[in-house]
Design a protein around this ligand. Structure first.
Ligand code: NAD
Length: 350
């Protein structure tokens, strides 16, 4: 039937997608009319960064190698100084959410405009969002600002072809969380849902194929396509209970970001799916699991387990008493949150 009333804001941006598109980064940067470009690259992308430097020619003004998770303020400050001294008007970020996050931190605070071009090598989806984050003194601050949204995203499936299977699976779980939660956040809308369902389908199909053949280039492309859609869904739906829980657990107990999603998502889905039954059913079908009537939560749990991910917070190092502490810290919906975290800690099959 026709949808009820809703609001959907489209974020601007250009996506260049395909195997071998890395070769187009130089032309894309030139088309933006920028003159002084900084390159930020994750450690594993050094060779890729060398290639980009060559393409940039005279526009290249410097490079920041080596990024760490969650954008520590010290690292962001150093990058800001480098950008200011180089008088940079653009940053090409090559890597996962950490490299792109660092570029966003610079774009957010620069006096003069600094545009971001993103070349993702994981499936976290940050490149499609106007969300920034920065961590200091063990606590992470996040926000939304149009200045940090990359102008151009170049998705080249060859760049993630060698991403280890474990890192791949965790990163996919992170992306799946964007798609799944997008149907029940307060800002959920029918356009976002179409994007989220197709994103989840691609992520599931790509992950299943990569588990069989890790260097399958077509599957890597399917995963990147899913990551692009997942990031778009996050950008318009924003976050809900699941992301907030993962944010708290990651920030307070230093649990690994992407892996935490795999342990928590099935348990949140178990509680939230019944509140949006039609959307949850579409997502469950998109996952394409063996159990036709397994339901969203169980399908997610089984897929993560099959991918070799930890499905319990205990395995990730959380102590049982920290479940109660985290519930207190979360502050709202204590009963629901406690039930989710207890099951996530134990890794109970939904
Ligand atoms: P990451 O960027 O730290 O990358 C994960 C690991 O993979 C790193 O060790 C990295 O060196 C390695 N790696 C990356 N590409 C590789 C490749 N092609 N081959 C081999 N190794 C490779 O982490 P991530 O999971 O991409 O992103 C997580 C971070 O992004 C978190 O800080 C999270 O909060 C943030 N995030 C932000 C948004 C947003 O919208 N702002 C969205 C999702 C995630």
């Amino acid at each position: 039937g026709a949808p009820g009333s809703f609001v959907h804001t489209f974020w601007p941006g250009r996506v260049v997608f395909g195997a071998g598109t890395l070769a187009q980064v130089g032309d894309e940067v030139a088309a933006l009319g920028v003159r002084r470009v900084l390159v930020v690259a994750t450690r594993s992308a050094r060779a890729v960064a060398d290639a980009v430097e060559q393409q940039l020619g005279d526009r290249f003004t410097g490079r920041i190698d080596g990024v760490t998770q969650h954008v520590p303020t010290e690292l962001a400050d150093a990058a800001r100084t480098t950008a200011r001294e180089a008088n940079a008007d653009a940053i090409v970020a090559i890597g996962g959410g950490s490299a792109i996050g660092l570029a966003k931190a610079v774009a957010l605070t620069s006096a003069a405009e600094v545009v971001v071009v993103a070349v993702p090598t994981t499936y976290a989806g940050s490149e499609m969002t106007p969300v920034w984050g920065e961590t200091s003194g063990g606590s992470k601050t996040t926000g939304v600002d149009a200045r940090v949204l990359p102008r151009v995203v170049v998705y080249d499936s060859m760049l993630s072809q060698g991403l280890p299977v474990k890192v791949t699976a965790a990163s996919v779980a992170n992306a799946m969380a964007h798609c799944v939660e997008a149907v029940w956040t307060p800002k959920a809308d029918p356009i976002t849902e179409v994007i989220a369902v197709e994103g989840l389908r691609a992520l599931s199909a790509g992950l299943r194929a990569v588990l069989v053949e890790p260097e399958d280039l077509e599957a890597r492309g399917t995963l990147l396509y899913g990551a692009c859609l997942a990031g778009s869904a996050l950008a318009t739906a924003g976050t809900g209970l699941h992301h907030k829980l993962c944010h708290l657990l990651g920030g307070t107990y230093n649990l690994p970001h992407a892996e935490t999603h795999a342990a928590v998502l099935p348990q949140v889905a178990r509680v939230k799916a019944p509140t949006v039954p039609q959307s949850a059913a579409r997502l469950a079908v998109a996952l394409g699991g063996d159990e036709a009537d397994g339901g969203l939560a169980r399908e997610l749990f089984q897929l993560f387990q099959r991918a070799g991910l930890a499905v319990s917070l205990r395995e990730l190092g959380l102590r049982r008493e920290q479940v109660d502490e985290a519930t207190d810290r979360f502050g709202e919906s204590a009963e629901v949150v406690q039930a989710i975290l207890v099951r996530a800690w134990d890794g109970v099959r939904p």
